[in-house]
Ligand binder design. Structure first.
Ligand code: ADP
Ligand code: MG
Ligand code: MG
Length: 876
């Protein structure tokens, strides 16, 4: 049978999302539910994939199928495409499987041309409306399909309004709009050297191709990368009969949510505009009215809409984000989807739906995007400082959170400064999809125009970035590098603070305080903990980090790095003394100075962790990282140690390595200088003994982790140093103390020989940062320079250091787990690379049956939720 590439709305349903895209599947589902949906058809995502396979051509077969469906639509509506006496007009809308807001553009009123518009004016007895629709079509088609720069259209509109002395589009009359069409077409011709296309069928096919093409535009690619959406999915195209919100004052268009997407509050929330079409609400051209006002203007439509909204929420069992149009007092539904929401709202809605009996706690756990939690875990404004701060203005509270940073005016600046680690606030008249990367790098977004559903607001909420929109009091002087607000003049680079929960703007930096996991957040996490099978540990080198992680629900430390402890104050001197030592004896003297400091560190960590497991990794970095680099420091050191400057230079030179990452580091240090491992063992065991004396109930079992092992014999050697030292100390103490020695699996050879390694190692911890580096053969410090070329050429779709490469590195992890268990069935398996806090990587760790994942303190709740979702999706 031939593959079907086009489906009428009446042929689909919500389950066909992969094929029809989210928008198409939900339009079909609403049709099935009997809701008022303008009819149409969906060209499948497979047709998009086919388009790319056919070298960016729509095959004749697919084209024929499209026109078959168009003919059926003509029959259904009684209108004819291109017929001036009763024209069928359509919208052409993109719609991928996962919603990609603002990423791809919609074309409205397609099917109009110079003749059709005249007939349409007669038919509707509304010349103004007909020409308004035509000028909109020319504008959208030119921009989206023909890539004619859109700015000039706005300039023409502004010029015409100015000439007439009016401020609103709606104040232009039919003649003005006719004139506008003439000017638009002239501009088009000037740009393209040809007349504006007059053939509706050609317009349709060009529009379809433009939607397919838009799947591959840079904004879409960037959005996909940020949201883990594979490029192979493709987008569907929806062709839908037009309904018109711009026929006059009994018409309009709007966007609404069944619950408040910022707070989660259970009330209808949204905006609409009278006498407007499509994008007007989102684009922030006019400031829209609150949905509650519809009650007064059109009470029947309002009540009907409330019913529909309620039905949709009950049907989908989730908060819905709906788009609608009212044509001459009649309601039409144009879209519904599970609404994007802030993390705060996501949690409240999930808990409320459980309380309302609509969903189970497990479903609630699956409803919240783990990465989103990030915005709740980061600091909020210090309440005292906030009260003391002076407010200079207020806008709409579009996306909650606290942001403080330096003012920038362009997305490029935001990206540049953000990459340098600077906190910036992006201040714009309004944002557009081109700004997405800059928005992602900004701590906060402030716009002059646009409502709660403007582009800036929608995108910021999706990113969990604080946003205040529509602050009309701001006077921008972007070119001069400043803006005015509340009597203040604020220049580029000055600090401001935004409160995304109140919309308030402060002309100063306001300090922030840490967040906590309580209330609904705590409830959700408790449900998550019940569901998950993976334990969640943290990577923490200090008692402060350990305490932070515990408060976020960490169950242990999976990685305590010891080298950070070597850099502070007086310690670094002892470390340098050790490095400059020429004999073992000298080295032991220096190490003896380090011992009490290191032991104190471990005691503090054991105290902080109150008996939770702690894995301590022995010294890992190459020694040259500890030597002084400036001449002044070298001179100081030479005086202190009574060694000549020249001699120090010699040592530094001797430590130089061509490939330090593959050089004299990890267990190789302990093989060369076993006394270092000896000292570290003493520090760990003494600390455990001392803390155990005070708290025998904690039953501390030290876990010592030897890094960078690639060969079982090197592990066996270092382990013998550790056990000899540890056993002596324990015997002397007269205490009973068990300890474990294990290793990191971070060299491919270790993964491949894990059955051998497990003879010595009592636990494995996958160090997937190094393992990724060694498996790919590129350094994580340098890969940033060339990975962009790989993304552009679609060789890689994501950064393997952020998201575990399951096909390659993951295979090694899986193999090592299997081999390790063969030798030692009860071996403890964990991961301590960056991947331990990445949701898709956590899912992988669950599937291969690790005992725990370990991640930075701020990602602990994210990992807990991701682990729960993995366990629900793939029961072990
Ligand atoms: P996006 O994915 O950017 O939201 P949509 O395809 O939903 O793009 O289109 C944007 C807006 O265009 C809709 O919210 C709606 O107001 C308008 N629109 C789309 N199709 C139609 C139609 N058939 N009739 C009237 N308005 C439409
Ligand atoms: Mg759009
Ligand atoms: Mg939409």
């Amino acid at each position: 049978m031939m593959k079907k590439f086009v489906y009428a709305f009446s042929e689909g349903n919500a389950k066909m999302r992969e094929l029809l895209g989210g928008k198409g599947a939900n339009l079909a589902e609403m049709t099935v539910l009997g809701l008022p949906v303008p009819q149409g058809f969906t060209i499948t995502t497979e047709a998009c994939t086919q388009y790319y396979e056919d070298d960016r051509q729509v095959s004749p077969e697919i084209e024929a199928e499209i026109f078959e469906h168009l003919a059926k639509l003509e029959e259904l509506t009684g209108k004819k495409f291109g017929d001036p006496s009763n024209p069928l007009l359509v919208s052409v809308r993109s719609g991928a499987r996962a919603s990609m807001p603002g990423m791809m553009d919609t074309i409205l009123n397609l099917g109009l041309n110079d003749q059709v518009v005249e007939g349409f004016a007669k038919l509707t007895n509304n010349e103004r409306f007909a020409y308004d629709s035509y000028r909109r079509f020319i504008q959208m088609f030119s921009d989206v399909v023909m890539e004619v720069p859109k700015h000039q259209f706005e300039v023409i509109i502004d010029q015409m309004k100015e000439a007439k002395g009016v401020t609103l589009d709606t104040e232009l009359d039919a003649d003005d709009l006719k004139e506008m069409v003439v000017r638009f077409k002239a501009y088009y011709k000037e740009q393209k050297n040809e007349d504006f296309p007059q053939q509706p069928r050609e317009q349709l096919m060009e529009a379809v191709k433009a939607v397919f093409r838009s799947w591959d535009n840079p904004r879409a690619i960037y959005y996909r990368r940020m949201n883990d959406i594979p490029s192979s999915w493709g987008t569907a195209v929806n062709v839908q009969t037009m309904v018109f919100g711009n026929t006059g004052n009994t018409s309009g268009t709007g966007v609404a949510f069944t619950r408040d997407p910022a707070t989660g509050e259970n009330r209808l929330f949204g905006e609409f505009l009278v006498n407007a079409q499509g994008e007007d609400v989102v684009a922030g051209v006019r400031t829209p009215q609150h949905i509650d006002e519809l009650k007064d203007i059109m009470p029947d439509v309002y009540n009907q809409f409330c019913d529909v909204a309620h039905r949709l929420e009950q049907h989908y069992r989730d908060m819905q984000d709906m788009e609608f149009t009212i044509e001459n007092g009649k309601l039409f539904m144009l879209q519904t989807r599970n609404g994007k929401r802030t993390a705060h709202a996501a949690i409240k809605i999930a808990c409320d739906l459980v309380d309302e009996g609509m969903i189970t706690p497990q479903e609630a756990v699956c409803m919240v995007e783990p990465k989103q939690l990030d915005s709740l875990l980061h600091p909020q404004f210090d309440q005292k400082a906030l009260k003391a701060a002076k407010e200079i203005g207020v806008g709409l509270a579009a996306s909650p959170g606290a942001a403080c940073g330096k003012v920038v005016f362009t997305a490029e600046e935001a990206t540049e400064e953000g990459k340098k680690g600077e906190a910036v606030i992006l201040v714009r008249l309004e944002t557009s999809p081109e700004d997405i990367e800059g928005m992602n790098h900004a701590k906060g977004i402030l716009t002059v125009r646009g409502g709660m559903t403007s582009h800036a607001a929608v995108v910021a909420r999706g990113m969990g970035t604080c946003c205040v929109s529509g602050c009309g009091d701001i006077v921008m002087h972007e070119e001069e590098g400043y803006f005015e607000l509340g009597g203040r003049k604020i220049s580029r680079g000055e600090y401001i603070s935004l409160d995304g929960s109140t919309g308030k703007i402060y002309g100063e930096a306001i300090p922030t305080v840490a967040a906590s996991v309580s209330g609904d957040f705590g409830r959700l996490m408790a449900w998550a903990d019940e569901a998950r099978q993976l334990k969640v540990y943290t990577n923490a080198d200090t008692p402060k980090d350990a305490v932070q992680a515990l408060s976020f629900g960490a169950e242990g430390i999976g990685l305590c790095r010891t080298e950070h402890m070597f850099f502070e104050g007086v310690r670094i001197k002892a470390v340098r003394e050790m490095i400059l030592s020429k004999t073992e004896e000298q080295r032991r003297v220096a190490l003896a100075k380090l011992l009490p400091m290191q032991q104190g560190d471990f005691e503090a960590i054991y105290e902080a962790m109150q008996g939770h497991p702690v894995t301590i990794r022995f010294l890992d970095p190459p020694l040259h990282e500890f030597v002084p680099h400036t001449e002044a420091e070298i001179k100081e050191l030479s005086e202190e140690m009574n060694i000549s400057v020249e001699e120090i230079h010699n040592v530094i030179a001797s430590l130089h390595e061509f490939n330090p990452m593959m050089g004299h580091r990890g267990c190789r240090l302990a093989v060369s200088y076993p006394e270092i491992a000896e000292m570290q063992t003493q520090a760990v065991i003494n600390a455990a003994i001392n803390v155990s004396r005070k708290h025998p109930e904690w039953k501390i079992v030290p876990e010592i982790m030897i890094p960078l092992v690639g060969e079982v014999k090197e592990l066996a050697y270092v382990k013998s140093v550790v056990t000899k030292t540890a056993d002596e100390l324990i015997a002397q103490s007269g205490m009973e103390l068990h300890y474990k020695v294990g290793t990191m699996i971070e060299i491919p050879r270790a993964a491949v020989t894990a059955d051998e390694i497990a003879k010595e190692a009592e636990f494995f911890s996958f160090g997937t940062n190094d393992l990724t580096q060694m498996t790919f053969g590129f350094s994580r410090d340098d890969a940033g320079k060339f990975l962009n070329y790989y993304y552009d050429k679609k060789i890689y779709e994501f950064d393997p250091f952020a998201k575990l490469d399951q096909a390659g590195v993951g295979k090694l992890v899986e193999m090592a787990c299997k081999l390790g268990r063969q030798t030692r069935p009860d071996i403890k398996l964990g991961i301590c690379g960056e991947h331990g806090g990445d949701p898709s990587s956590v899912e992988f760790c669950h599937k291969v049956g690790l005992t725990y994942v370990s991640c930075s303190p701020f990602r602990v709740p994210i990992a807990r939720l991701a682990a729960a979702q993995a366990a629900i999706k793939y029961p072990r």
